[in-house]
Design a binder for this molecule. Structure first.
Ligand code: ATP
Ligand code: LTN
Length: 332
């Protein structure tokens, strides 16, 4: 009998940040919603990961709630895909410890994100920052995920996850599913509006370089108007036109238009008209998300009910994996 059991399992997580960007939306979250029918998905707010850098308690609490509400607002449907807070499922921490003992110091030392972040936060190079990838491996392996939607920057962590899983399977017997990365083709990278050779990032100090999912329409229009382009004044996709390419890519992701259609639409028109249209398209794309977010974030009871439900469903799967792992290692 064909049933849902044959669907591939998908797991992904996002760190809680009050300021998720258009890049997070078009590059990651939108894709999460599109995968819900074809796959058996689970999604988490990676709040345990967040404390590898120092967080202010009240602000962290606020950002965790806000990120959870945003996941629902962009269209993650808790009826289809359990969505939960990582810290509510203790098995994440538990499996992370076990996997730490199957991960080499040298492997973690090679992680480029560790090298970058330890440079950025030189005053707080804590052991959690170093072992962050084993927690991420635990997140994925707990649910026996087949596919993990991630951005380019997380590929190295997924590769490590696969190595840890393969090592464990070889040492004992098949225990973990070996996960594959799933990198969406459309708008995989939204670039900075101020320096289109860099990815759009909320940690960029120049607020004009990024658009938050919750930015007000006027701010969105203004930021796009100020976006860096070039002196050719021709809307076409091409080399040396990173700024225009980026805006075309965003416009395409928001409207569904192909690059040829966009070039035709703006033939003979200047960047002013093009930027106005791009700004408008972003506003219209984000409008329904913002409306849903504003409804959800004020409904505390609804949110709390969903945290609990999501964590229950996740825990049900996670427990089985941890029990299996502990049995194989030799725990009584
Ligand atoms: P930071 O800006 O602090 O580096 P971030 O914006 O990259 O963080 P993450 O939490 O690391 O945020 O990313 C969450 C997800 O969003 C990841 O899958 C990441 O690849 C994706 N993502 C982030 N920025 C972009 C972007 N500009 N374009 C496409 N996808 C992005
Ligand atoms: N490290 C990721 C967030 C993350 C994740 C995961 C992604 C934590 N656990 C498991 C995929 C699967 C990030 O910073 N983008």
């Amino acid at each position: 009998m064909e049933n849902v059991e044959t669907k591939k399992r998908v797991f992904s997580a996002i760190q809680p940040s009050g300021m998720l960007t258009l890049g997070n939306y078009l590059g990651a979250l939108k894709n999460w919603t599109l995968m819900q029918d074809e796959f058996d998905c689970l999604y988490a707010v990676a709040d345990l990961h967040a404390i590898t850098v120092r967080q202010e308690p009240a602000k962290l609490r606020e950002q965790i709630r806000s990120t959870f509400a945003l996941l629902l607002a962009v269209g993650v449907d808790p009826e289809k895909s359990p969505v939960f807070l990582q810290s509510h499922v203790a098995e994440h921490s538990q499996l992370a410890w076990l996997l730490n003992c199957y991960t080499q110091y040298g492997e973690l030392q090679r992680m480029t994100q560790f090298k970058d972040k330890s440079q950025k936060h030189a005053d707080n190079i804590n052991a959690g920052l170093f072992t962050y990838p084993t927690l991420m491996a635990a997140d994925i392996l707990l649910y026996q995920a087949d596919l993990v939607p991630i951005g380019q920057d997380q590929k190295q962590h997924l590769e490590l996850t696969r190595n840890i899983a393969e090592r464990f399977n070889m040492t004992y017997s098949p225990t973990f599913t070996i996960p594959e990365p799933y990198i969406p083709k459309v708008c995989a990278r939204v670039m900075s509006l101020q320096d289109p050779t860099k990815k759009m990032s909320k940690s960029d100090e120049n607020v004009n370089s990024w658009i938050a999912i919750l930015d007000k329409p006027d701010d969105i229009i203004r930021k796009v108007k100020r976006a860096v382009t070039d002196s050719e004044a021709c809307v076409r996709y091409g080399e040396g036109k990173e700024g225009v390419n980026n805006l075309m890519s965003i416009y395409s992701a928001c409207t569904g238009a192909t690059y040829e259609q966009i070039e035709a639409e703006f033939a003979g028109k200047g960047y002013g008209d093009f930027k106005a249209a791009v700004g408008e398209a972003i506003v219209e794309t984000l409008r329904p998300v913002q409306e849903r977010y504003n409804q959800i974030i004020t409904d505390k009871a609804y949110l709390e009910e969903l945290y609990a439900k999501g964590a229950d469903s996740a825990r049900h799967i996670a427990r089985k994996t941890v029990a299996k792992v502990m049995r194989k290692i030799g725990y009584v």
